[in-house]
Design a protein around this ligand. Sequence first.
Ligand SMILES: Nc1nc2c(c(=O)[nH]1)N[C@H]1C(S)=C(S)[C@@H](COP(=O)(O)O)O[C@H]1N2
Ligand SMILES: [Mo]
Length: 209
Amino acid sequence: MGQSEREPLPSSDPRLPPGQRRQRGWPALHYGPVPRFKPLTWDFQVFGATASAEKHSWDFAGFTALPRTTVRADLHCVTRFSLLGNEWTGVPASEVLERVPPAPGVTHVMVWAEYGYSANLRLADFADASAVFATHRNGEPLSAEHGFPVRLVVPHLYAWKGPKWVRAVEYMRADRRGFWEERGYHNLADPWREQRYSYQEEPGDGPLR
Ligand SMILES: Nc1nc2c(c(=O)[nH]1)N[C@H]1C(S)=C(S)[C@@H](COP(=O)(O)O)O[C@H]1N2
Ligand SMILES: [Mo]
Protein backbone atom coordinates (compact mmCIF):
# COMPACT_ATOMS: atom_id res chain seq x y z
CA MET A 1 0.00 0.00 0.00
CA GLY A 2 1.43 3.37 -0.98
CA GLN A 3 1.96 6.15 1.48
CA SER A 4 -0.75 8.25 -0.17
CA GLU A 5 -3.41 5.58 0.48
CA ARG A 6 -2.93 5.60 4.25
CA GLU A 7 -5.62 7.04 6.46
CA PRO A 8 -4.58 10.46 7.66
CA LEU A 9 -3.89 10.62 11.38
CA PRO A 10 -6.91 11.95 13.25
CA SER A 11 -6.09 15.61 13.53
CA SER A 12 -7.23 16.96 16.83
CA ASP A 13 -9.06 20.25 16.77
CA PRO A 14 -7.25 22.86 18.88
CA ARG A 15 -10.63 24.04 20.12
CA LEU A 16 -11.16 20.71 21.92
CA PRO A 17 -10.11 20.67 25.58
CA PRO A 18 -8.45 17.46 26.84
CA GLY A 19 -10.75 14.43 26.95
CA GLN A 20 -13.45 16.03 24.76
CA ARG A 21 -14.71 14.96 21.33
CA ARG A 22 -16.60 16.89 18.75
CA GLN A 23 -20.37 16.51 18.65
CA ARG A 24 -22.39 16.97 15.46
CA GLY A 25 -26.00 17.95 15.93
CA TRP A 26 -27.17 19.39 19.21
CA PRO A 27 -28.19 16.99 21.95
CA ALA A 28 -30.36 18.28 24.80
CA LEU A 29 -29.08 17.40 28.23
CA HIS A 30 -30.62 18.35 31.54
CA TYR A 31 -31.86 17.06 34.85
CA GLY A 32 -35.65 16.93 35.20
CA PRO A 33 -38.46 18.10 32.93
CA VAL A 34 -38.52 20.97 30.42
CA PRO A 35 -40.41 23.91 31.98
CA ARG A 36 -43.19 25.66 30.13
CA PHE A 37 -42.62 29.37 29.50
CA LYS A 38 -45.31 31.51 31.14
CA PRO A 39 -44.89 35.00 29.66
CA LEU A 40 -47.22 36.77 32.08
CA THR A 41 -45.49 35.64 35.25
CA TRP A 42 -41.93 35.21 33.95
CA ASP A 43 -39.39 37.53 35.52
CA PHE A 44 -35.64 37.78 35.81
CA GLN A 45 -34.60 38.69 39.32
CA VAL A 46 -31.36 39.97 40.77
CA PHE A 47 -31.26 39.56 44.53
CA GLY A 48 -28.90 39.01 47.44
CA ALA A 49 -26.09 41.49 48.09
CA THR A 50 -27.00 44.23 45.62
CA ALA A 51 -25.42 47.68 46.11
CA SER A 52 -28.86 49.19 46.73
CA ALA A 53 -29.85 46.33 49.05
CA GLU A 54 -32.98 46.07 46.89
CA LYS A 55 -34.06 43.20 44.73
CA HIS A 56 -34.38 44.07 41.05
CA SER A 57 -36.61 42.38 38.53
CA TRP A 58 -37.29 42.60 34.81
CA ASP A 59 -40.34 41.24 33.08
CA PHE A 60 -39.88 39.52 29.73
CA ALA A 61 -40.25 42.70 27.64
CA GLY A 62 -37.85 44.56 29.93
CA PHE A 63 -35.19 41.87 29.88
CA THR A 64 -35.27 41.34 26.15
CA ALA A 65 -35.03 45.11 25.58
CA LEU A 66 -31.60 45.24 27.27
CA PRO A 67 -28.55 45.82 25.02
CA ARG A 68 -27.48 42.65 23.24
CA THR A 69 -24.32 41.06 21.96
CA THR A 70 -23.28 38.03 19.92
CA VAL A 71 -20.52 35.77 21.16
CA ARG A 72 -18.89 33.05 19.07
CA ALA A 73 -18.02 30.21 21.40
CA ASP A 74 -17.80 26.47 21.97
CA LEU A 75 -19.82 24.49 24.51
CA HIS A 76 -18.11 21.74 26.49
CA CYS A 77 -20.20 19.19 28.37
CA VAL A 78 -18.49 17.26 31.15
CA THR A 79 -19.89 14.04 29.60
CA ARG A 80 -17.16 14.71 26.97
CA PHE A 81 -18.98 16.14 24.00
CA SER A 82 -18.15 19.60 22.68
CA LEU A 83 -20.31 21.65 20.37
CA LEU A 84 -17.93 23.86 18.41
CA GLY A 85 -18.48 27.24 16.76
CA ASN A 86 -21.81 28.38 18.15
CA GLU A 87 -23.05 31.93 17.88
CA TRP A 88 -24.86 32.92 21.04
CA THR A 89 -26.91 36.13 21.04
CA GLY A 90 -28.37 37.72 24.11
CA VAL A 91 -27.74 40.02 27.05
CA PRO A 92 -24.15 40.11 28.32
CA ALA A 93 -23.84 39.11 31.98
CA SER A 94 -21.79 42.29 32.42
CA GLU A 95 -24.88 44.28 31.44
CA VAL A 96 -26.73 42.80 34.42
CA LEU A 97 -23.81 43.74 36.67
CA GLU A 98 -23.85 47.29 35.34
CA ARG A 99 -27.61 47.77 35.70
CA VAL A 100 -27.78 46.17 39.12
CA PRO A 101 -24.39 46.68 40.74
CA PRO A 102 -23.31 44.23 43.42
CA ALA A 103 -22.46 45.50 46.89
CA PRO A 104 -18.79 45.79 47.81
CA GLY A 105 -17.56 42.41 49.00
CA VAL A 106 -19.53 40.32 46.52
CA THR A 107 -17.23 37.54 45.31
CA HIS A 108 -19.59 34.99 43.73
CA VAL A 109 -22.97 34.67 42.09
CA MET A 110 -25.51 31.87 42.06
CA VAL A 111 -27.48 31.65 38.83
CA TRP A 112 -30.93 30.15 39.40
CA ALA A 113 -33.16 28.40 36.90
CA GLU A 114 -36.67 26.96 36.90
CA TYR A 115 -37.24 24.05 39.32
CA GLY A 116 -34.36 25.10 41.56
CA TYR A 117 -31.42 24.22 39.27
CA SER A 118 -28.48 26.45 40.15
CA ALA A 119 -24.82 27.02 39.34
CA ASN A 120 -22.29 29.03 41.32
CA LEU A 121 -19.70 31.20 39.60
CA ARG A 122 -16.85 33.39 40.70
CA LEU A 123 -17.75 37.00 40.04
CA ALA A 124 -14.83 37.28 37.60
CA ASP A 125 -16.10 34.31 35.56
CA PHE A 126 -19.61 35.78 35.47
CA ALA A 127 -18.25 39.24 34.53
CA ASP A 128 -16.19 37.81 31.65
CA ALA A 129 -17.01 39.46 28.31
CA SER A 130 -17.98 36.08 26.81
CA ALA A 131 -20.64 35.27 29.44
CA VAL A 132 -24.05 35.89 27.91
CA PHE A 133 -27.68 35.31 28.80
CA ALA A 134 -28.49 33.85 25.41
CA THR A 135 -31.90 33.91 23.81
CA HIS A 136 -30.66 32.74 20.39
CA ARG A 137 -28.15 30.28 18.95
CA ASN A 138 -26.96 30.71 15.36
CA GLY A 139 -29.66 33.32 14.82
CA GLU A 140 -32.55 31.07 15.91
CA PRO A 141 -34.51 31.51 19.12
CA LEU A 142 -33.73 28.74 21.61
CA SER A 143 -36.12 25.83 21.60
CA ALA A 144 -37.86 24.88 24.85
CA GLU A 145 -35.48 21.98 25.49
CA HIS A 146 -32.41 24.16 24.94
CA GLY A 147 -33.48 26.78 27.45
CA PHE A 148 -36.12 29.08 25.98
CA PRO A 149 -36.43 31.90 26.73
CA VAL A 150 -33.01 32.51 28.35
CA ARG A 151 -29.96 30.43 29.18
CA LEU A 152 -26.59 31.46 30.52
CA VAL A 153 -23.54 30.59 28.42
CA VAL A 154 -20.10 30.76 30.06
CA PRO A 155 -17.89 29.39 27.31
CA HIS A 156 -14.69 29.02 29.33
CA LEU A 157 -16.35 26.66 31.86
CA TYR A 158 -18.07 23.26 31.53
CA ALA A 159 -21.62 23.77 30.35
CA TRP A 160 -23.35 22.75 33.59
CA LYS A 161 -22.24 26.22 34.81
CA GLY A 162 -24.70 27.64 32.26
CA PRO A 163 -28.25 27.10 33.46
CA LYS A 164 -31.02 26.86 30.89
CA TRP A 165 -34.37 28.53 31.76
CA VAL A 166 -32.66 31.15 33.94
CA ARG A 167 -34.85 33.12 36.33
CA ALA A 168 -32.51 34.82 38.79
CA VAL A 169 -29.03 35.85 39.78
CA GLU A 170 -28.04 35.96 43.44
CA TYR A 171 -25.09 38.10 44.52
CA MET A 172 -23.06 36.41 47.26
CA ARG A 173 -20.34 37.51 49.68
CA ALA A 174 -19.06 33.94 49.96
CA ASP A 175 -19.01 30.91 47.71
CA ARG A 176 -21.74 28.28 47.93
CA ARG A 177 -22.16 25.17 45.80
CA GLY A 178 -24.81 24.96 43.12
CA PHE A 179 -26.81 21.94 41.97
CA TRP A 180 -24.06 19.83 40.36
CA GLU A 181 -21.29 21.25 42.52
CA GLU A 182 -23.11 19.75 45.51
CA ARG A 183 -23.36 16.41 43.70
CA GLY A 184 -19.76 15.62 43.00
CA TYR A 185 -18.79 18.01 40.23
CA HIS A 186 -15.89 20.43 40.44
CA ASN A 187 -16.54 23.83 41.97
CA LEU A 188 -14.55 25.71 39.30
CA ALA A 189 -15.14 23.59 36.16
CA ASP A 190 -12.35 24.76 33.83
CA PRO A 191 -12.40 22.30 30.89
CA TRP A 192 -8.82 23.19 29.87
CA ARG A 193 -7.67 21.98 33.30
CA GLU A 194 -10.16 19.06 33.20
CA GLN A 195 -11.75 20.16 36.45
CA ARG A 196 -14.56 17.61 36.22
CA TYR A 197 -15.11 16.18 39.71
CA SER A 198 -15.03 17.59 43.21
CA TYR A 199 -12.44 15.00 44.33
CA GLN A 200 -9.97 16.84 42.08
CA GLU A 201 -10.45 20.08 43.98
CA GLU A 202 -7.48 21.61 45.71
CA PRO A 203 -7.66 23.70 48.87
CA GLY A 204 -9.16 27.06 47.96
CA ASP A 205 -11.03 25.79 44.87
CA GLY A 206 -14.32 25.73 46.73
CA PRO A 207 -16.19 25.91 50.01
CA LEU A 208 -15.92 22.92 52.33
CA ARG A 209 -18.46 20.20 51.62
N1 LIG B 1 -31.72 24.30 34.10
C1 LIG B 1 -30.75 23.47 33.69
N2 LIG B 1 -29.76 23.95 32.93
C2 LIG B 1 -28.77 23.15 32.47
C3 LIG B 1 -28.75 21.79 32.82
C4 LIG B 1 -29.80 21.29 33.63
O1 LIG B 1 -29.84 20.10 34.02
N3 LIG B 1 -30.80 22.16 34.03
N4 LIG B 1 -27.71 20.97 32.34
C5 LIG B 1 -26.48 21.64 31.95
C6 LIG B 1 -25.59 20.77 31.21
S1 LIG B 1 -24.81 19.55 32.10
C7 LIG B 1 -25.30 20.95 29.87
S2 LIG B 1 -24.13 20.02 29.07
C8 LIG B 1 -26.03 21.94 29.07
C9 LIG B 1 -26.62 21.27 27.85
O2 LIG B 1 -27.24 22.20 27.01
P1 LIG B 1 -28.08 21.69 25.80
O3 LIG B 1 -29.14 20.76 26.35
O4 LIG B 1 -28.64 22.88 25.14
O5 LIG B 1 -27.14 20.93 24.91
O6 LIG B 1 -27.08 22.57 29.81
C10 LIG B 1 -26.72 22.91 31.14
N5 LIG B 1 -27.79 23.69 31.71
MO1 LIG C 1 -23.22 18.69 30.70
